[in-house]
Ligand binder design. Structure first.
Ligand code: HPA
Length: 273
């Protein structure tokens, strides 16, 4: 058994010792979605700090716990708060929660985040369904000994974001009258925001939005055979796209303002999964 799988199993055993809830969908909440619990029937909470060896976030606005319950009739596990690579955790630790949710039983991972808009047709406050990603500027979470218990050494990444789930989210947005952009998400390591020259480069490379999470979680989930979908809230236009200086507080404040509609889109989509 690989060292990383042993660590995962310790977390999984703890989970089994406190609940027998089996989720179908995992939802990772990004900035602004911290109040999501009101959209679900919560049956059980597990603070990250209670789970042996589990990485705990240090970022303001990212306090951490798992919520287990029903979104509509769909059994779900929701991550209130995630850890980021820039906090100093290894990529293996950053994706440990994703892998743990797979061990709990999830078949679908729903990723959310706040991101900077690179595509000039986007506006602050827009939602962008993630159709593909660029993770080449952060280390792969699969570097190191392969966890064969989860997946193969060289997993295919041709269809990271699931076509059927994208159709379902697109249809839900239309039904709910929520406008939805589509695009490619690029993950940087952070924690600094980008320079205008970097954003020009990312634009040339085909990125529509930039953020400091998500792509690594999507890779770990696909490695383990979990279907993936994701939505970004465009909390700001990226560096140099607008003249405004960037701040985490502004990111949070826009994400907070858009939380109601974001929650509705996520909830209505998951109810159909
Ligand atoms: N850059 C990187 N990450 C982000 C941004 C950004 O502009 N906005 C929100 N997260």
């Amino acid at each position: 058994m690989s060292r990383q799988f042993e660590k995962l199993e310790v977390c999984y055993k703890y989970y089994q010792s406190v609940t027998d809830f089996v989720p179908k969908v995992g939802l990772i909440l990004g900035s602004g979605l911290g109040g999501y619990a009101k959209n679900m029937k919560v049956e059980k909470e597990i603070p990250y700090g209670d789970i042996p060896g589990f990485p705990v976030s240090t970022v303001q606005g990212h306090d951490g716990k798992f919520l287990f319950g029903y979104i509509g009739n769909v059994p779900a596990v929701v991550m209130k708060g995630r850890v980021h690579y820039y906090e100093g955790y290894s990529m293996e630790d950053v994706v440990l929660p994703t892998r743990l949710m797979k061990r709990m039983g999830i078949e679908i991972l729903f990723l959310t985040n706040a991101a900077g808009g690179i595509n000039r047709s986007f506006h602050v406050g827009d939602f962008m369904m993630i159709t593909d990603q660029i993770s080449s500027f952060a280390p792969s979470p699969l570097i190191g000994e392969n966890v064969f218990e989860l997946g193969e050494r060289f997993p295919d990444m041709t269809h990271i974001y699931d076509e059927e789930l994208m159709d379902l989210i697109g249809k839900t947005a239309r039904e709910e009258n929520i406008s939805l952009q589509k695009g490619v998400y690029l993950q940087t390591t952070g924690p600094n925001f980008e320079s205008p020259a970097e954003i020009r480069m990312y634009s040339v490379l085909g990125a529509d939005a930039v953020g400091m999470s998500t792509a690594c979680e999507a890779i770990a989930a696909r490695h383990a055979g979990v279907r993936v979908c994701g939505i970004s809230c465009i909390s700001n236009m990226a560096s140099g796209i607008s003249d405004e200086e960037l701040s985490h507080l502004d990111v949070q404040s826009v994400a907070d303002q858009r939380a109601g509609e974001f929650e509705r889109l996520v909830t209505k989509s998951i109810e159909k999964m």
